[in-house]
Design a protein around this ligand. Sequence first.
Ligand SMILES: Cc1ncc(COP(=O)(O)O)c(C=O)c1O
Length: 411
Amino acid sequence: MQQTIPQQVSGVPQALSGRQLRQQSRRSRQQLYCSPQAVATAPETLPAQKKQPFGRLYNFSAGPACLPLDVLQKSQAELLNWNGSGMSVMEMSHRSKAFTSIITNAEQKLRQLLDIPGNYKVMFLQGGATAQFSAVPLNLTSEGDTVDQLVTGSWSKKAAQEAEKYGLKVNVVCKGDNKSVPSRDSWKLSSHARYVHYCDNETIQGVEFKTAPDVGDALLVADMSSNFCSKKVDVSKFGLIYAGAQKNIGPAGVVVVIVREDLMGKARQICPVTMDYETMKDSLYNTPPCWSIYICSLMFDYLLEQGGLEAREQLNQHKADILYDTVDSSNGFYAAPVHKSVRSRMNVPFVIPSKPELEKEFVSEAAKLGMTELKGHRSVGGMRASIYNSMPMEGIESLAAFMKDFAAKHS
Ligand SMILES: Cc1ncc(COP(=O)(O)O)c(C=O)c1O
């Protein structure tokens, strides 16, 4: 689609003003609703109130997930010429002044959002959260050490399996049933573990810790890939937090690592250089994922403008409550498998217990109404609504209304 961007006398495109952006947005909307893609993606049957601009769908994907229209449009307006630099962020040197200001903004805004203490480094790295399953043991342990792992679902299990590759004694502190977190009295923490690793939100099962686990004085390491920046956390309780960006704070391609400084500079000899926290402390040892970091910086600006993480947490709780209330008030038509005390605010799994054969129809009927990616993970089945930071309230309301209609029709 051709966008008309005003030209300066020199021929270098300018950033669009707010008015121009709105005009452009109206134009593109008209073009998109009439375009072949719009016909393919925005079903004819989509009720007027559910229609989103640009033929966009309510995307309940577990990740990569939806981003706010404001953020997408800002990046669109700046796509060809970022802030008068004469080039796109995709084209600029990671050592340029322009990119330095982008990555500095990203770090500062994240520090502001989470009140990150000064003795913690913030890094924007590659390899996803999966690479951190290896980077954590390679940076924080020596061969023969013991590490403690809480296993509460698929991702913490994977992290524990990966740690086993590095000559460690992996002590499974507790093993959940994918629906709950075993009670604190049953945990078997080691007295000498280098760290305790856990996953704050299990994306596949929808099991979320409401507060950081109590591990006494042990060093706590958290995978927050699927609830990072969805709530306020006290960073000082952790030795290390890592999170892939593609659910709550940006696109795929970047993983944020927040690490206490005294834990750096101790990587094993065999640790790949791109995983060594000391080498990577400025995120610029090698070429970083510049575009992904840029979108994260826009997302951090957006979250701050919208009231920060206390406000975001309240909103996220409210969004999740609407869906769980719909399940709980369905007279048993729907069921949420996860124990109420650890129900995730990010990933809401639910099933149709008495008529599981209807689940496929549920997913396909919802898609016809513009609500997509509601199928549960292939390992657990059922449905899952992933409702990260950027899922708008209208998406939640549309899904709740559809769930009620579907239940009424099939009860
Ligand atoms: C909680 C959690 N940890 C780790 C990962 C792996 O992330 P990546 O695919 O970025 O390596 C995921 C991905 O969905 C996740 O949800």
